[in-house]
Design a protein around this ligand. Structure first.
Ligand code: SIN
Ligand code: MN
Length: 199
């Protein structure tokens, strides 16, 4: 099933349970190579979401601002984007061009993400694809400028979101997760994989 909210495509149950379990395995592998950390916002506050990346570039934030970097804070190159993840990008976008960053977000109990645009990339004609795994997350979709009316949709494990075209630069965020709502992750929590072409 597919719904479109303000131009954002939400493909419900895009990834079946067997593939979700496999994606969790490959995410654990990424975490082993590139341990998740809580980035600092430019205002000096630790984010409640723990992050890491796979791909040629990782998305990074600290007091110097938001940007892409080619190394994990520990100095190692980011691991490659797992083939299982690239497969989903190909399926939903039909593009030959592949993403250069897979941001791996982990939402534990109480974690949230404020409203923001994904705008650190060079070319906004490429879509952003995100895959949700584990606990349900309340995804809020706003406008092309900050503020104004918003609409929210619950993202469940296996749902895939595509922000492209008119909706590429729409403000979005995650207000809360329903901690413990899914049994995909033994200890609860929500994983979101965001795929982006960077250069
Ligand atoms: C993000 O916008 O970085 C994350 C979106 C999500 O967790 O669904
Ligand atoms: Mn985002």
């Amino acid at each position: 099933m597919q719904l479109t909210v303000r131009g954002v495509e939400v493909v419900k149950s895009c990834v079946d349970e067997a593939r979700q379990a496999r994606l969790v395995e490959v995410v654990r592998d990424v975490w082993r190579q590139a341990p998740p950390y809580a980035p600092e916002t430019p205002y000096g506050k630790a984010m409640s979401v723990r992050m890491t990346s796979a791909g040629a570039f990782g998305w990074y934030s600290d007091r110097s601002g938001y940007r892409y970097v080619s190394e994990h804070p520990n100095g190692a190159a980011w691991p490659g984007i797992p083939e299982e993840v690239l497969e989903i990008w190909r399926e939903v976008t039909g593009l030959e061009r592949l993403p250069e960053c897979c941001l791996v977000n982990f939402y534990g109990e109480g974690a949230r993400m404020g409203m923001h645009q994904d705008k650190d990339e060079a070319d906004f004609s490429w879509p952003v694809v995100s895959i949700s795994l584990g606990d349900d997350g309340l995804f809020r979709i706003g406008n092309l400028t900050r503020g104004g009316k918003t609409e929210s949709v619950w993202l469940n494990s296996g749902d895939v979101v595509v922000m492209g075209g008119e909706s590429r630069l729409v403000y979005h965020g995650v207000d809360r997760i329903r901690y413990g709502s899914s049994r995909l992750l033994e200890n609860g929590g929500r994983i979101n994989l965001t795929l982006r072409v960077v250069t």
